[in-house]
Structure formats: C-alpha cells, structure tokens
Write a new protein. Structure first.
Lengths: 308, 659
C-alpha cells in the first residue's frame, strides 16, 4: 500500500481488489432476506393471486388495499411474517461476525488470499470477535443510552417551551447528527480493534481495544472524516436508488424494481466494506508489527506437489 | 280570612304576577341583526341571545365572565325548568367524560394516570333570573345519561314563575373557568388558548323534551341558533380570533385590550388567542355575498398558508355549487399550536386545522383533508344543526361522505387521500380500512355515547356512514343523490333535523322506497360480504378417451357459484369473463345464501367478478369479490420484492452498526 495515498482511496483500492467479499456478502444478504420473506409471500399469494382487486397493488400501490390485505384473517398474524425476516436479519448479523476476520485479512493483503487463509482467519478469530462484540455492545449501548436520554430531555424541554417547530426540528436534527458522529467514532474504534486483533494475532482483545482507542483518538480527524464521507455517500446511494426506483421503474415492473433495489443495496453494502477496507489501510500504516499475509513462493508449491 | 277568600286572593296574586312577568318580558326580544351574515333578514328561528363579557388571565389559564342570556320560549308550552351545559366540568377525574375516556380512550387521551394540567372547571358564581331574583342556591346538577353523581356537566334550575309559551326569559350568570391543557378541542398549549365550550349554554327543547346531555368522551354538541355578542379582554400582545365578525378593539390602560365579536344565526361561540398567530386574509365570493377568509397561522408554517387558502376555497366552491350557499361573512381557519389537542375541530364560522413545518404536499389526509372536513361541518353541524349527541353520524358521517366527494373532485378519486412517492390512497379506501373488523359492532343509528368503544364510534359514524351513502349514490344515481343532498341542505338549514328527516328526504327526491337498505345499513348491523365461491369448467366430452382440447373449438360446461357470506341482503351483479373475450352479466337478487350459474360454451371461464361496477363500497372483503381461474402472482411478487428490500436494508443496517 502506498503510504502517500489517502485512506479513502486506499480503502477503495482494497475493496475493489476484493470485490468477491462484497458479492458473497450481498448474495448472503439477499438469500437470507428471500428466505425470510417466504412466509409473507405465501400469505400474500393466498389472497392476491386469484383476485382482480390485486391490480390496485400491481399497477400502483394503494395503501388502503395493502392494509386491507394484511388485516385479512387468512393473511395470518403480523408476527408470522415478521418473525422469519427478523431471524434472517440476525443470521446475517452473525454471519458478518463470523466472516469478517477473513475479510479484514483479505483487505490487508496485496494479493488474493486463498480460501483456506480466509476460513482459517475466520475460525481463528471467532472467539475474539465475539468478545469484541460484547465489549462494543456494552460501550456503544451505554453511550447510546446516555446520548438518547440527553436528546430526549433536550427535545422535551424545547418542545415545552418553543412555539416554533423549526426550533424543535433543528434540535432533533443536530442532536441526531451529534449522536451519529459519536456512534461512528465508536464504530471506527472497534473496526480498528477488530483489525488489530486479526493482523497482530492478538489473543487479549482488551489490548486491541486499548491500542485502537489510543490510535483512533490520535487520528480522529482523518479516520472520522473518512468514515463520515463514506457514510454520506451511502446515504446518497440509498436516496438516489429510491428516487430512481420511483422515477424510472413502472409500478407494475417487478423485474425492474428488483434490479434497481438490489443494485442500490449492493452499493450500500459496498460503502460499509469501503469503510472496513479504509480501517485496515489505516491500521497497516499505524503498526509496523502486523503480520500481513504474504504470497507463498512458487517453489513451495512445487515442493508440495512433489510431496504428494 | 276563610279558605275560599284565601284561594281567591291567591289566584288573583298569581294572575297579577304572571301578567307582570309577561308585561316586563314583553320588552325582551332576540335581536334581528344581520351584520354578520350576507342576508338582509335573519336566517334562523333565533332562540337565544348571548351577551358575554369575559376577561382571560393568560398566566393562570382562567377566565372570569358574565353573560346575559335571553331565551325565547318557542317550545309551545310554559317552561319552568331550564338545563344548562357546563362542559368544562367534564375534565375532572370523576366526570363521565373522563371515566369514558379512561375506559375506552378518546382522541388520544387514555388517562392511564391523572395529569393535573388536564383539570378543567366551569363554576357558576351567581345565577340570576331577571324579575325572579338570585337562584344560585337553586341550581342542581343532573345526570340524565348515566346517573353519575360526580358529573357536573349539566346543571338545572327551576324557576319560581314559569315562562309562558312564546315568552322570554333573561338569565344573568357570572362564572369562572379553569381551562385544561388542551383536551377534546379546548384549553391552552404553551402561551396559546382555544376557548371552546367555555360558557354556560342552555339546552335545546327538541321533540317535546329538553335535550341536554352530559359531556361524553366521544360525542360533541347540540344547541339552538341565535345571536352572540361577546367582549373578550385579553393581554394586548395576544392575536385574537373568534366566531362571527370582529366589531371593535379597545385598548385598556391595564395592558389589556377588549375585542368585541358579533355572530348571527350561529349556535356556538369559540375564540382563540396567542401572541404568535400570523394573519392571512382573502375573500371568497359566495352567491350570497363576499366571505372574508382569515387564516391564523403559526409563523413556522407560514409557507403553507397558500395551501390552506387553496383547499379552503376549492372546498367552499364545491359546497356552494353542490349543496347551497355559505351565508356568513367570515370563515376563520386556525393553525393551532404544535401538538395541540385542539386541532381538527369545527365551530360556527371558525375551524381549526393542524400542520407541521415539513408537511409533504401529497399527504392529503392530513392538512388538506382536515380543512375540507372542518369546513364541511359549517354545513353539516353549523347550518344543518343535527343532534351530535344522538345522531353523530348525521354530522360526522354525512360530512365524511361529502369530504369523499370534494376531495376526489380536487385531487382525483384514487389519490384523494394520499399521493406520495407512488403510494396512493383514496377516501373510500381510508373509510374501508376504518370499518374493517368493526362493521357489525354498532348500528349507525345509535346514541353517540353508547357505541362499544371509541374505535367503533369513529369507524361507524365516520367511515361506515360515508361508504353507505356512497353506495346509496350508486343505487339511486349520482345526480339524484346530489339533488337529494342539495334539497336536504336547503330544506333543513338553520334547523335541527332528525335521522328520519334525512332518510325520507332521499326517498322523496329519488322516488324510491329505500327502507330495505336503510333498515340494514343505518338501523341494523348487517354486514355485507358477497364473494365468488368456486368456478369450474370441463369439456362436454370429458368422458372420451384421448380427448384433445382446442381453444375455440372444444365445448365446455362451466359453473360459477356466488355466495352471500354475511347477512346484508341486496341485489347484486356478477360478471363472468370467458377466455374467448366474451363477457356475461348476471343479476342476482341475493335472497338465498348462494347461487350457481351454468354455461355451455366453446370457451372456459377466465374470471368472475361480483359487483363489477364497484357499487357496494362497504363489502367486508373486497379480495373475494373476484376470482381469476389462472392465478397471477405479479402483485404478490411485487410486494415480496418490497419485503425483501426492507429486510435486506434492516439486516445491513444492523450489521453496519453492530459488527
């Protein structure tokens, strides 16, 4: 990696070199969501497939007809539709936790890591990542609780006192931005800690957390700037995707809607992987003692072949 | 003095006192003023004249006031007992209003715990009857609806001397109000106040009895027409709006000002004050004369004043053309404080709306619909002054029906309620959603406070009534229905019509006996649900071996079964479409529980639709009204795509922040 390159472009290069990670995670995301939607689809089909009234949902989206559908007894309870999707979202979360070490290893490498290296990294770091997740959940949860508590009190105070709802809106917006910034900083801190745990092969995750905290604090400007910029791009991506979906895709085009929505989600996922790749690039520059994967020499391959 | 002499003397005294009373009351009258209406003569039979002087204390949200109420006894008989509403007493922990709201909820108020700011009170300090003296000690709280001894929303007085038929009586009342933080369309929010139902108001003599119900959690109001002259004293920084026309503003030396209002042919008086209101004025040209539009906006919402003005004028235009003229000289629209419970309410010549700083244009069901709806009440409540306690559907439901018509006319039938980012909604759809699952709990014709709960009150009085009238429109014809509504308005404006007045008017105008419909839809709880039960087509030569079916050549026997799944009986059309494009229409009287239609054609049934013209809008299940033999899964897949998109987004969002 070029030390003069900005974090953003270094991250972009690493993410581009390892597109397959994004593609696999995207496919997993899609597959799980599709499984999760099976109950909803079956319920909807039982009501819509033989009814002309369904045209109001196909050639447009009549909200009252949709609500009428989900309130039909034959549609089943809301839980029967939402529970599988929730479960699949949690599965995606767990899968992300499981496979992220391999992704981080891949981003730190200047070559395409092998499948074995990928899965070895995943298995090797699983327990560390679980512990990091617990630490993160505690720190981020407590911080978010405090921040949202302060925000609630602030908003209530402004709501009680101010007649002008622009002031209330401004209060809400600024406090949300503040919470977002702090949350992003914590996320970046733990992204660095995860990277450290993988690349330094750090057994004691508290050392990774401590090192990551110091390093993040020292470089908060560049790191947070990178994360925020990519997050804003993510926001633009999702907004643009929905605008395009609404403006270009005819209401009855199921395939068109599928393609636009999935392209949007693929790009959104890319943004997160871009952040990850940027964090890896940042770590590699910060620590010289990382054990980066190296390309194995060709003679070794010959040796292996001759052994077999 | 013997008994006979005593009796003669007593009779003489009684006659003398009655004559005196009549002689003294002969000078009383209800003014025939017309300065607040575009008419040279009064429009209503004026029963009351309220002259009120009130001083509002903005710091304590209290009001001290006195009123002189002149009442014209048009009951046709002598009266010695008069009931009065004291609505603000409804906001007390043991009142009927709060008990019902705690039990069933009311407009967002659950009363899981008592908030002292919700307390309201209306305390009579002095009650005097001209020529009959101070009767304060004679006042008695009564509870005609539920015998709740703690309810103080109706007070009654018995006069020592009865008021003869066609006589007048004058009450002089001094009272003190404590306004609650807005509950049920009255009270204060921050430094603003909306004074609704704030003065002692006499009941209505209706159908041979006093009609003066307690204040209930869902029901609204009922009062006689008359003249209002009101003087409000408020701090000088307040911007004041009220029913009627403003006649003067006098600045007082104590930092207050007194604003005077006059109203003709109205049956209630409301006012509002806030230092923040920003005024906008416009004029609507009614066929009776110009109407001054005043829109009192919150400064933060000023960019939406044009939207308020537009929907108001479009609505007034349609009411004017379809139902009849708006005769008042003013209409005031108030944009209340953010989060106020005073949003979306009607009073004579005065309505409240409610919006937000960021209010998308396509959400018609919010501010546009609210303004339309509340203006509609100027007709269905304001002028056609039905009994909102007993016949809530006649103001809310009829108004919901005309709202459907007006909103569809302005924004289009399929986008009349919502048109935002490809998501649409119609007024009919909104009403259908209202009644799902609640259609058979209460009949439309029921006392407002006797509905099962606030949900059925809302669903039936608003939603079901609107759908029943929209359906009636397709039964008698749209033009006939419009003519019937016009006739109803012109015939019953400035009166208190009953439900039968409304229903028989439609029968009269349409020339149809519609009892079969009214008995089920208005007086009954019958539920309408017709559906396609099953469909089959098989070749006539089905028994032949190696039968080869060819489209257009093979002959089929087809059967179609239609079912009446619920107990609402009505004739209904059925359309059967065959796969050669041929369509067959059948008409079923709907008397039996099911019917079967059989055909022998060189085509198979492609689809069947019950009520193909979509005339019956309160069918409980619209999905079973049609049946496609070959399923089309596009709609379900479209929804599946939405569901997957949202699921993926949620999963990505969680993973983004948690891992």
């Amino acid at each position: 990696m070029d030390g003069r390159e900005s974090l953003i472009s270094a991250g972009a290069s690493a993410a581009t070199r390892n597109k397959r990670f994004i593609v696999w995670f995207f496919l997993l995301n899609l597959l799980l969501a599709w499984f999760g939607a099976a109950a909803f689809t079956a319920n909807a089909r039982s009501i819509l497939d033989h009814s002309l009234y369904a045209d109001k949902l196909l050639h447009g989206f009549d909200l009252a007809v949709f609500l009428e559908m989900i309130r039909r007894p034959e549609f089943g309870s809301a839980r029967s539709s939402t529970a599988p999707s929730t479960l699949c979202a949690i599965l995606f979360l767990l899968a992300s936790l499981l496979f992220m070490p391999g992704v981080l290893l891949g981003y730190s490498s200047d070559h395409r890591i092998s499948r074995e290296e990928f899965f070895r990294a995943c298995g090797h770091n699983l327990w560390r990542f679980v512990r990091l997740f617990v630490f993160y959940a505690l720190i981020a949860g407590i911080t978010a609780g405090i921040l949202f508590g302060i925000q609630g009190a602030l908003v209530t105070a402004v709501d009680d006192a101010a007649n002008d709802d622009r002031l209330l809106f401004l209060t809400k917006a600024l406090s949300i931005v503040a919470i977002f910034l702090i949350s992003t900083a914590i996320r970046a801190w733990f992204d660095i800690a995860q990277t450290d745990a993988v690349l330094r092969d750090q057994t004691a995750v508290r050392r990774s957390i401590t090192w990551a905290f110091r390093t993040t604090r020292r470089n908060i400007g560049s790191l947070l700037g990178t994360y925020i910029l990519i997050a804003v791009l993510g926001l633009i991506v999702i907004t643009a995707g929905i605008v395009i979906w609404h403006a270009i895709v005819p209401p009855s085009s199921v395939l068109g809607a599928f393609l636009v929505s999935q392209a949007t989600l693929l790009l959104l996922l890319t943004m997160r992987f871009w952040q990850r790749a940027s964090a890896v690039a940042f770590c590699v520059r910060q620590a010289a003692d990382f054990v980066l994967p190296v390309r194995e020499p060709a003679s070794l391959e010959v040796l292996v072949i001759s052994k077999s | 003095m013997n008994h006979r002499s005593r009796f003669v003397l007593y009779v003489l005294l009684l006659v003398a006192s009655a004559s005196y009373a009549q002689a003294s009351n002969a000078t009383l009258s209800i003014p025939a003023t017309t300065s607040a209406i575009n008419s040279s003569s009064p429009l209503s039979e004026r029963v009351v004249h309220y002259e009120i002087e009130a001083r509002y204390d903005a710091k304590t949200h209290t009001l001290d006031a006195s009123e002189i109420l002149t009442y014209h006894n048009l009951t046709g008989q002598a009266q010695d007992t008069f009931p009065f509403h004291l609505y603000l007493n409804g906001f007390q922990p043991n009142s009927t209003w709060v008990r019902e709201a705690r039990r069933e909820g009311s407009r967002g108020e659950g009363f899981d715990r008592w908030d002292s700011q919700s307390y309201g009170a209306e305390e009579i300090k002095k009650f005097e009857v001209v020529d009959q003296g101070d009767l304060t000690s004679q006042l008695q709280f009564i509870h005609p609806d539920d015998d709740n001894k703690d309810d103080k929303t109706v007070v009654q007085v018995r006069l020592p001397k009865p008021i003869p038929a066609d006589g007048y009586v004058q009450f002089k009342i001094t009272w003190h109000d404590q306004f609650p933080k807005t509950v049920a369309r009255t009270g204060w929010d921050r430094d603003a106040v909306l004074g609704g139902q704030w003065f002692p108001k006499i009941g209505v003599w209706w159908h041979g009895a006093w009609n003066c119900h307690q204040f209930h959690a869902y029901t609204e109001f009922f009062a006689d027409f008359g003249v209002y002259d009101v003087k409000l004293t408020v701090p000088q920084n307040e911007v004041v709006g009220a029913s009627g026309i403003e006649t003067s503003i006098v600045k007082n030396s104590d930092g207050t000002k007194t604003v005077s209002y006059h109203g003709d042919d109205i049956h209630d008086f409301v006012w509002t004050a806030s230092p923040h209101y920003r005024d906008y004025f416009d004029t609507f040209q009614s066929s009776m004369g110009p109407v001054r539009i005043r829109i009192m906006m919150q400064p933060a919402h000023w960019s939406q004043v044009g939207r308020h003005d537009h929907i108001l004028k479009e609505t007034m235009d349609r009411f004017e053309r379809w139902y009849g003229p708006y005769p008042y000289k003013t209409i005031t629209v108030v944009d209340p404080e953010r989060g106020s419970e005073s949003f979306g309410m009607e009073y004579p010549t005065f309505i409240t709306a409610g919006t937000r700083w960021l209010e998308p244009d396509g959400l018609h069901f919010e501010v546009d619909e609210t303004i339309e709806h509340e203006f509609g009440h100027q007709y269905w409540y304001g002028m056609v002054a039905t009994n909102e306690f007993e016949d809530a559907w006649m103001d809310e439901g009829i108004n919901q029906y005309t709202q459907d018509k007006v909103m569809s006319s302005i924004f289009g039938p399929s986008t009349s309620a919502l048109d935002w980012w490809g998501v649409t909604g119609s007024e009919d759809g909104e009403n259908i959603f209202f009644i799902l699952g609640l259609a058979d709990l209460d009949p439309i014709a029921r006392n407002g406070w006797q509905y099962a709960n606030s949900n059925t009150y809302g669903a039936i009085t608003y939603g079901k009534t609107a759908l029943v009238l929209r359906t009636l429109e397709s039964i008698v014809g749209e033009d006939t229905m419009q003519q019937a509504m016009h006739t109803y308005f012109m015939r019953y404006r400035f009166t208190h019509p009953s439900k039968e007045d409304f229903l028989s008017n439609i029968e009269q105008v349409s020339g149809n006996n519609l009892r079969w419909y009214f008995n089920q839809a208005i007086y009954g709880t019958e539920v309408l649900d017709y559906g396609v039960w099953k469909v089959s087509s098989y070749p006539v030569d089905w028994y032949k071996e190696k039968l080869k079916e060819k489209k257009g050549q093979t002959e089929y026997v087809s059967n179609v079964w239609i079912q009446r799944k619920e107990n609402f009986v009505t004739p209904i059309d059925v359309e059967i479409k065959f796969d050669n494009g041929e369509k067959v229409r059948e008409h079923w009287d709907g008397q039996d529980r099911w019917v079967r239609y059989a055909y022998q054609k060189k085509a198979q049934v492609e689809s069947v639709e019950v009520d193909p013209d979509h005339r019956y809008l309160f069918d409980r299940n619209n999905f079973n009204n049609s049946y496609l033999v070959k399923p089309k899964s596009s709609a379900a897949h479209k929804l599946e795509n939405y569901w997957i998109f949202v699921s993926q987004f949620v999963a990505q969002f969680l993973a983004w922040w948690l891992v």
